[in-house]
Design a protein. Structure first.
Length: 354
């Protein structure tokens, strides 16, 4: 019996998690998946319920679970909170507490949706990139950090820092993924300016000796951003640090035309994972039934594949999503102005297609 902790979070989070739960229930009911779920307050909802974006009870439940499925966090009502109490800090803390250093962000384009991309269809047809983002280090977590008074004015500062062992483990994680794909890995850095990147490049090259079959290339991050919008299909797997990965993964997501379609996984070395859609909490449409639940449903598929080893169930979900898209059903974000369905209808259609 697998244990999955559900963290609906804020904004559209509860709506999209509800649809993923329907899919999970259908797999248990009709296809023999043995799973129990429990729901926990997190993000702004954690603050509302327990005065903390990551309540102790929630963290304990996540530690005890085989995997965590999250909706989204954040909202305008939480922006004035003290920095440590903001929903985003809860997300950063859970990543760090569970040591989920390897963040997988696929950018894939369903052929049915080629028109939804902001790039010309011939540039993105069959796009299939995997961005591997280091998630628990770099400038997000480095010290010293802060805002302080120096020479009569305030100064803000952060530290971008990576140790050899941090680079080694994310590099291995990316090479392992490249081995399961087209065996091409592009490491993205800023080694022409930053010492931290110089070390990054050196260590990635060292680790590449363990993976002679993988073709390793290097790219500066500014060029990588340009290449992503110029000719994205040149990439197979990209590996990069926390901040560069944050920026490049949003860029890659947009290539697919709908950030509402993209799942992600954050893994630790024990195989435990936190799974979440790449998109945010979309407070502007929260509660209106307009959200696209597919990124969350596809995150559930990743959860089954990467943390539970249940590939057959993952395949089943992905095939069902394909079928539903082929049938022409669209939430507003992927409807290109045409007829659209509601979040609930999309979830029901995936369940029916299972
Ligand atoms: C993401 C988000 C987060 C990040 C924020 C919400 C803290 O942008 O998951 O990409 O910067 O990592
Ligand atoms: Mg981001």
């Amino acid at each position: 019996m697998y244990k999955i902790a559900l963290l609906p979070g804020d904004g559209i989070g509860p709506e999209i998690i509800a649809e993923a739960v329907k899919v999970l229930d259908a797999l248990s009911r009709d296809h023999g998946l043995k799973v129990t779920t429990s729901e926990h307050a997190f993000g702004g909802a954690g603050w509302d319920a327990a005065g903390n974006p990551l309540p102790e009870e929630t963290l304990a439940a996540c530690r005890a679970a085989d995997a965590v499925l999250m909706g989204a966090v954040g909202g305008p009502q939480y922006e004035a909170l003290e920095r440590d109490m903001r929903p985003e800090r809860g997300l950063l803390r859970i990543r760090a507490e569970l040591d989920m250093f390897s963040n997988l962000r696929p950018a894939m384009l369903a052929p049915e949706l080629a028109d939804a991309s902001s790039l010309k269809p011939h540039l993105v047809a069959d796009l299939d990139i995997m961005i591997v983002r280091e998630l628990t280090g770099g400038i997000y977590f480095g010290g010293p950090r802060g805002i302080e008074e120096r020479d009569g004015q305030r100064v803000g500062f952060n530290t971008m820092v990576y140790s050899e062992s941090e680079i080694e483990r994310i590099a291995r994680s990316a090479f392992d993924i490249a081995m399961k794909r087209d065996k091409r890995l592009c490491s993205v850095d800023k080694a022409n300016v930053l010492e931290v990147s110089e070390l990054w490049r050196e260590v990635v090259i060292k680790i590449s000796a363990e993976y002679p079959e993988v073709e390793l290339t290097h790219m500066y991050v500014d060029n990588a951003a340009m290449q992503l919008v110029r000719d994205p299909r040149q990439f197979d797997v990209m590996v990069t640090g926390n901040l560069f990965g944050d920026v490049l993964s949003d860029c890659a997501a947009m290539l697919t035309g709908s950030i509402g379609m993209l799942p992600s996984a954050s893994l630790n070395s024990a195989g435990q994972g936190l799974y979440e859609p790449v998109h945010g909490s979309a407070p502007d449409i929260a509660g209106e039934g307009k959200a696209n639940p597919l990124a969350t449903i596809l995150s559930l598929a990743m959860l089954l594949r990467y943390s539970l080893g249940e590939s057959a169930h993952a395949d089943r979900i992905e095939a069902a999503v394909k079928k539903v898209l082929a049938s022409g059903l669209r939430t507003p974000d992927i409807a290109a102005g045409g007829a659209s369905c509601r979040c609930i209808e999309m979830g029901d259609a995936v369940v029916a297609a299972l």
